[in-house]
Design a protein around this ligand. Sequence first.
Ligand SMILES: Nc1ncnc2c1ncn2[C@@H]1O[C@H](COP(=O)(O)OP(=O)(O)O)[C@@H](O)[C@H]1O
Ligand SMILES: C[C@@](O)(CCOP(=O)(O)OP(=O)(O)O)CC(=O)O
Length: 463
Amino acid sequence: MLKVFSCPGKALLAGGYLVLDPDYEAFVVALSARMHAAITLLRPLGQSELTKITVKSPQFKGGLWSYHLDINKLSESDIVEAHGRNNPFVKTTILTVLSYLKPTDNYEIEITIFSDSGYHTQAGSTAKVSNNGTRRFYYHDAAITEVPKTGLGSSAGLVTSLTSALLCCYLGPNFLNKTAEENAQTLNCLHNLSQVAHCIAQGKVGSGFDVAAATYGSVVYRRFKPELITRLMELDPSQFSNGLKELVDNADWKIVHRQCSLVPGIRILMGDVAGGSETPKLVSKVLKWRKENPERALQVWTNLNNSNMKLVESLEQLRKSSKSDYSQTLDYLNTHSASEIVDDNLSPGLLNIINCIKHIRHWLKLMSIESGAEIEPDEQTRLLDRCEALKGSLGGVVPGAGGYDAICLLVAEDSIDRIITDTKNDEEFKRVNWLQLEDQKQGLIEEKIEDFEGLIHIPGNLC
Ligand SMILES: Nc1ncnc2c1ncn2[C@@H]1O[C@H](COP(=O)(O)OP(=O)(O)O)[C@@H](O)[C@H]1O
Ligand SMILES: C[C@@](O)(CCOP(=O)(O)OP(=O)(O)O)CC(=O)O
């Protein structure tokens, strides 16, 4: 059996900070940069042998982690990497999936990871193309921990795609080809296991929107209560496996993951901004301010949340109107900028989206000023103001935690090339690197194996 699964990266378009609180929802867009996990070997072993699981990531130096496991003794300290190498995300994913499945048979498993170029900066890398020319991956002469990341959520993609590949090894090749209801259950199981593995590897319980996007694609997301996972992490290791099974299969996580995609003809345009910010530092500043100023914070959270949810509604409104008489709207957008569109004669959705983006920026800026966390710093404000004045642009925001990392615009598809060319020699845009990424509906998918021929050794007969 040879199978390849892939999961998308993410951009949190609306709901940064609010998503940390289960009272609020956020809109996360799945991106076309995908993490792939290919099952490249699956072979049964005897009862007296140890299970061997090797994860390869050949695009990075030293990208091979190999574990010899006694399936009756699965605790953190019993799982030792054969060469003394460490990849906490690989290790905890294996530990979590096996603790959940409690396998009774031994296997030799090899899984090869392929990471799309969008996740990391590509300076100095070399491309390899699959035999049929459909796939191109970049190879680095440095370890995974040394190659700079772009912030699309590589660890969530790795954990979720690796979890799918391991589930497939143990549950069978058709674990995702069942009835819609069964598949939905399998996706929830995959999501819950991946959230647990990701939190344990990070040593903290985040909001999980990156794992949700990796699993379910572009969604409106409401998080789980963090106690669900902290309680599991505090269990005695002897109770972990049972606690995990109960949590994954029977607990009510109360999460929301409502499909929500962009509108035909309108795309996301991500700009990587040279600089970078540390999310945990921004988060602790904002949460400290919220705690110290509960009344003001509630006012900001309520208004920002209203604008976020109105954006989701306006996208839905425009999606509906896109079913009829829509080409005029797109033509109009292609020849006007967000700051020029002031009436809603053509399409109310369009003007509503523009206004929501403005309101989101207003509240995030206020949050920056009052909390002292540089969510939309002045440099980004100037840049986003300029983006509002580009023809074909509905405006843009600082995605996720904000800071100096990136900007994220909503633009008419047909204007993308022009926007990239027009901003090329513009001083204000000199730190912006437009990323070749698209928004995607789907989360986890199974890929065609022929697209990977030439990149992996495909043995004639795997079981
Ligand atoms: N292609 C990959 N192959 C192996 N491990 C990976 C890969 N991509 C990410 N990882 C793991 O995820 C870690 C990066 O996680 P993190 O710092 O949380 O970044 P991000 O914000 O991109 O998720 C890496 O150090 C490595 O352990
Ligand atoms: C502030 C946040 O709500 C959103 C952060 O979004 P980013 O996309 O900036 O995240 P990283 O990839 O972890 O840097 C924190 C959270 O939800 O975990």
